[in-house]
Design a binder for this molecule. Sequence first.
Ligand code: OAD
Length: 240
Amino acid sequence: MVVSVQQAREWIRAAQRVAALTGAGISAESGVPTFRGAGGLWRNWRPEDLATPQAFARDPKTVWEWYQWRRRLLAKVEPNPAHFALAQLERNTPGFWLITQNVDGLHDRAGSRKILKIHGDIWMVRCQVCGAEARDERLEFPEMPPRCRCGGLLRPGVVWFGEALPQDVWEAAEEAAAHCEVLLVVGASAVVYPAAGLIPLAKSAGAKVIEVNTEETPYSKQADLCLRGKAGELLPGLVE
Ligand code: OAD
């Protein structure tokens, strides 16, 4: 492992263009539940009841209650050393892109600036009628489900199953994956598409792929280097 960490550090240091793809595992050490695996959200709830446009159309109050529960939980946690390490890497690297599937806002709070939030942001809301988008960090709304000034229903600013990713953000993520010299994949189970497709895209364009995960993923065999362990313990050593 020491040798692998050293090798990863050298690749990262030598590269002019680095991209990182992060998933729920990077926030696990902050106390945020992941989706899959032990304690994962999808062990207790079904995505089709809470994270689809159909679920929201059927029962917006229940969907909002679940998102408000997650927002309250997030308001109590802090970024961990893995988030801070990626913010540092952005400052050290001429071309750096952070592509995240996380909606939790912990990368912003750790100081990352160039963040491609391909699954949206839990702290944003969007009106279903007038389309207005706004940052809204209220943990209690005067009415549930909350409404826009125009009277339309507000929805969480995240991407649900069955929805397209925000096109400009996704195109920028593809561009970053296709042009980086090193792709760091951190705490992502790599089973949700199209996000997982960024890994073979980077690989086929010649990037070195470094996976940081406590467990094996479907892409581990394609990675040039797999670092097994917790992101918060491994990442600071990669950006020293
Ligand atoms: P998952 O919950 O699917 O996967 C979390 C990954 O993090 C797993 O591979 C774990 O082994 C790993 N992991 C856990 N703790 C870790 C730690 N401390 N350090 C490093 N790795 C750790 O989360 P995502 O891959 O982000 O989408 O899930 C992808 C998408 O599925 C989410 O964006 C969300 C979800 O349904 C939508 O809601 C659209």
